[in-house]
Design a protein around this ligand. Structure first.
Ligand SMILES: Cc1cc2nc3c(=O)[nH]c(=O)nc-3n(C[C@H](O)[C@H](O)[C@H](O)COP(=O)(O)O)c2cc1C
Length: 199
């Protein structure tokens, strides 16, 4: 089978993008609304970019293809955000925060999560998340016909829960991160293997 993006609708093409690029890590992203309440939403078009300086990116589209999502609006205004790793235990709360809440609703509170201050940025972080990355906006690059933002951020600080560490390194089993597949599908990280790189 061949799928030609030119011959299908953009909705259909969305399926092929998320089904063929999977599993994807989930950036559970907190930002600050204009009234000081916290916004929290998941984004799986997420990856690391470079380590010098530590940099990552999330891709944020528009509601209905027109209105910039609140995360985008907030990052554009404040230049700051915090990305949290989503674990299996936090999956229901993560999913709850993907609803399109009216602007100004404190989504951390709505999801029953605990807000704690960040060290270097104004958006609060989620106490329940085992890893949080405080980020400062590097740049926003808009791509695509309806305009999706590639939001590039420099990681200023990692918060890592001590009980994840084995000999100073994150133990993937203890972290128990999940990834997004397509539709309502998710993957756990419980089936792992080691494969040293060839010399
Ligand atoms: C697991 C998961 C991954 C998602 N990934 C993305 C993404 O990469 N880009 C995007 O624009 N929306 C993504 N969404 C949808 C947003 O989370 C959703 O539109 C949310 O309401 C945006 O919130 P905001 O308007 O507060 O920014 C995802 C939803 C889920 C459940």
């Amino acid at each position: 089978m061949k799928v030609d993006p030119v011959a299908i609708s953009s909705d259909a093409a969305y399926y092929w993008v998320i089904a063929a690029i999977a599993p994807r890590p989930i950036a559970w992203t907190s930002t600050l609304n204009e009234d000081g309440s916290a916004n929290l939403a998941p984004f799986s078009f997420f990856t690391g970019v470079t380590s010098d300086p530590p940099t990552c990116l999330i891709c944020v589209s528009r509601h209905g293809g027109t209105r910039k999502k609140d995360t985008w609006v907030n990052i554009e205004r404040t230049g700051e955000f915090v990305i949290h790793v989503v674990t299996d235990a936090l999956a229901p709360q993560m999913n709850a925060t993907s609803r399109a809440f009216p602007y100004g609703v404190d989504e951390l509170v709505e999801a029953g999560l605990t807000k704690i201050p960040s060290d270097f940025v104004a958006p609060p972080r989620v106490a329940e998340a085992p890893i949080a990355m405080e980020c400062r906006l590097d740049r926003i690059v808009e791509v695509g016909r309806s305009g999706t933002a590639i939001i590039i951020g420099e990681i200023l600080l990692w918060h890592v829960r001590d009980d994840l560490l084995v000999e100073g390194r994150i133990d993937a089993g203890r972290l128990d991160a999940i990834g997004r597949l397509s539709g309502a599908g998710y993957a756990r990280t419980r089936d792992r293997f080691d494969m040293p790189r060839p010399k």
